[in-house]
Design a protein around this ligand. Structure first.
Ligand SMILES: N[C@@H](CCC(=O)N[C@@H](CS)C(=O)NCC(=O)O)C(=O)O
Length: 212
């Protein structure tokens, strides 16, 4: 019986399917060959129904025996510590991996998410467009010069960066060929494809049980 449990919602609307961040944990477990189970908290009432596990009412969170951790970055780091497939054991490769994981969350996703929210809210002039353009140009330069972010090979840093950059509206923002090739290559990995398909199937099954 697996000790690792990935927690997500029991259902979400169609729009976010394939993008809910439990996919980061599913993908990491697939890459590392870690056994896991998926369990759910209710989407309806999420603002209050699982605050003792995730204080913002969000998903994902991760259980590993007695340990429980929220924030997808923290959970991913926990998984990366379990497998050299996700993060090198030697200190330089490990530091590079952690550094780029933080960059994905705190330098790139920090602008892409609020920019995306303004976009979908129909704001005429998205005040974050310049900041967004600057950050994406900077990561484009990095990806022009290297195939992988850390340790000259796939790591959890690529998993996280590609997951942040693969949002369709972000991909469509400007012409960034190195980033596009990187996102395509990283998300073509069998681990990503399985994780995404499993998440989509999970929410589709929830549709069926809702309608019965
Ligand atoms: N910083 C959090 C963000 C989590 C997050 O945005 N979760 C989304 C799903 S991907 C969610 O639960 N949204 C529902 C809500 O905010 O009410 C993390 O990385 O874990």
């Amino acid at each position: 019986m697996s000790e690792l449990i990935i927690w997500t919602y029991d259902w979400v609307p169609k729009g976010p399917r394939g993008f809910v961040r439990d996919l980061r944990f599913r993908w990491a477990c697939e890459e590392a060959g870690l056994a896991y189970a998926v369990r759910t908290v209710a989407f309806e009432g999420r603002e209050t129904n699982h605050l003792s596990h995730q204080p913002f009412g969000q998903v994902p969170f991760l259980s590993d025996g007695k340990l429980q951790t929220f924030e997808s970055g923290a959970g991913l780091l926990h998984l990366a510590r379990k497998s050299e497939d996700l993060m090198p054991r030697e200190s330089i490769g490990e530091a590079e991996t952690i550094q780029w994981m933080m960059a994905a969350l705190n330098s790139i996703e920090m602008v892409t998410v609020p920019w995306w929210f303004l976009e979908i809210s129909g704001a005429k002039d998205n005040g974050l467009a310049d900041w967004m353009g600057k950050r994406l140009a900077q990561i484009e330069k990095v990806l022009t010069e290297r195939a992988w972010l850390a340790a000259d090979r796939f790591t959890a840093a690529d998993l996280l960066m590609a997951d942040v950059l693969r949002i369709p509206k972000v991909r469509a923002f400007g012409d960034r060929p190195a980033t596009e090739a990187y996102v395509t290559r990283v998300t073509d990995r069998p681990g990503f494809r399985k994780a995404r398909a499993d998440q989509v199937a999970h929410f589709a099954a929830a549709d069926e049980s809702r309608s019965t």
